[in-house]
Design a protein around this ligand. Structure first.
Ligand SMILES: [Fe+2]
Length: 393
């Protein structure tokens, strides 16, 4: 049974009005704890959430405990290296197997409360003295499996267990991302930002370059801010491409690359940047020589953790003077320019003076995001069907 978000229905109907006539989301969508709780249940637990790179769990026995909304999941590699996920709950008295946020590397998963011990495939190995119980069958008391899938080196988890298959969730984005082969890329740099803004304002900012001429002078030198083209295909994602300036081969301060071009890209792909947000929580920015991701974790209505990773091909690391700094410094500066703006926007949407405003013609992808979220608020969850904005008249 669909459960709509605790928001004014008339305000949401205004947000899904045709492009050019719509209004932004109501204030409570950004400031209410009840709305964030609804979102964690209906837009995060019920979705495929990216929880990081598979490389972080490299060896058999590596396990990590994460939280998605109100649920806890452990992810790791079993004895033969297969990626596995389990709910983080002992079959005995429900103590967590691993403390949230912690990692382990062991031959077994042992509960710290009474010592019940599981094999890496989740089957129960030892339950101290429980075998004295009449008819005790260890096969019944394995760890409950959770849905975990890999996509191009990224690990996705569906906590509720009932999202559509991940292949449907990413839909046609597969075709766009595959030539970049992100699964073979390695981590060159990472940085985590703690930003005083609502998580949706980070999406809204990512989806337009209308603000680029005013706050990103360095970006505008290497990519014309009006070159964006957004697309509508199947899947729970939003985005499109932008062009490189004539002198630039990638996004860096001077447009030069200190890395190595990704093999397998067409001439056209080498002149473009591709920017996609897979709902609800990862931005994938495809460059001719590296891939940047922003992974978003809402903490409070007005606080979000953003983990950025810069991924490079193995050929770059083989170069004698390779440093990821050319890509890192460019996007770190751009990020900080963006965070300053959207922290200001968060204070603005929290004001008594806030009235949901209209979207400009260049903000068509913001419209796509706002309407998908507003529809999810009305319908109870994210739909895979992308609503295309009708052309402005
Ligand atoms: Fe920006």
């Amino acid at each position: 049974m669909a459960s709509p978000a605790p928001l004014d229905r008339a305000a949401l109907e205004r947000s899904v009005a045709p492009f050019g006539f719509s209004r932004n989301l109501p204030q409570e969508a950004y400031t209410s704890k009840a709305v964030l709780n609804w979102e964690l249940r209906h837009l995060y637990e019920s979705a495929w959430v990216c929880v990081g790179r598979a490389d972080d769990l490299a060896q058999p026995g590596d396990y990590r405990a994460i939280r998605i909304g109100d649920d806890g999941i452990i992810l790791g590699r079993d004895d033969v290296g297969t990626l596995r996920g389990f709910y983080n709950v002992c079959s005995h008295r429900a103590h967590e197997l691993i403390e949230p946020g912690q990692c382990t590397s062991s031959r077994h998963l042992r509960c710290a409360y009474h010592g019940w011990t599981y094999n890496l495939d989740g089957s129960l190995k030892v339950a101290p003295r429980a075998s004295d119980l009449p008819g005790f069958d260890p096969a019944v008391f394995g760890l409950p499996p959770a849905r975990v899938e890999l996509w191009h080196g990224w690990v996705f988890v569906n906590a509720s267990g009932d999202a559509p298959p991940l292949a449907d969730w990413v839909g046609d984005l597969e075709e766009i991302v595959a030539p970049y082969a992100p699964e073979r890329l390695r981590l060159g740099a990472e940085k985590t930002y703690d930003v005083a803004t609502n998580w949706k304002l980070i999406h809204e900012n990512y989806h337009e370059c209308y603000h680029c001429p005013t706050i990103h002078p360095q970006l505008c030198r290497v990519s014309p801010p009006d070159s964006g083209v957004n697309i509508d295909r199947s899947g729970a994602w939003i985005g499109g491409s932008m062009s490189l300036a004539e002198h630039a081969v990638t996004m860096s301060m001077n447009g030069a690359s200190n890395g190595a071009m990704l093999p397998g890209l067409s001439t056209e792909q080498r002149r473009k940047l591709e920017y996609y947000a897979v709902l609800p929580n990862i931005f994938i920015s495809l460059h001719p020589d590296y891939v940047l991701t922003h992974r978003i974790e809402p903490v409070e209505p007005g606080r979000t953790r953003i983990e950025c990773q810069w991924l490079f091909p193995p050929e770059a690391f083989e170069k004698e003077n390779f440093s990821p700094d050319y890509a890192f410094e460019f996007w770190d500066l751009t990020n900080l320019q963006d965070w300053k703006a959207i922290e200001s926007v968060h204070r603005g949407v929290s004001s008594r003076g806030y009235r949901p405003g209209p979207l400009a013609p260049k903000e068509d992808a913001v419209y796509r995001f706002v309407t998908r979220i507003a529809r999810a608020y009305l319908d109870g969850g994210i739909s895979l069907a992308a609503p295309a904005p009708a052309a402005l008249r």
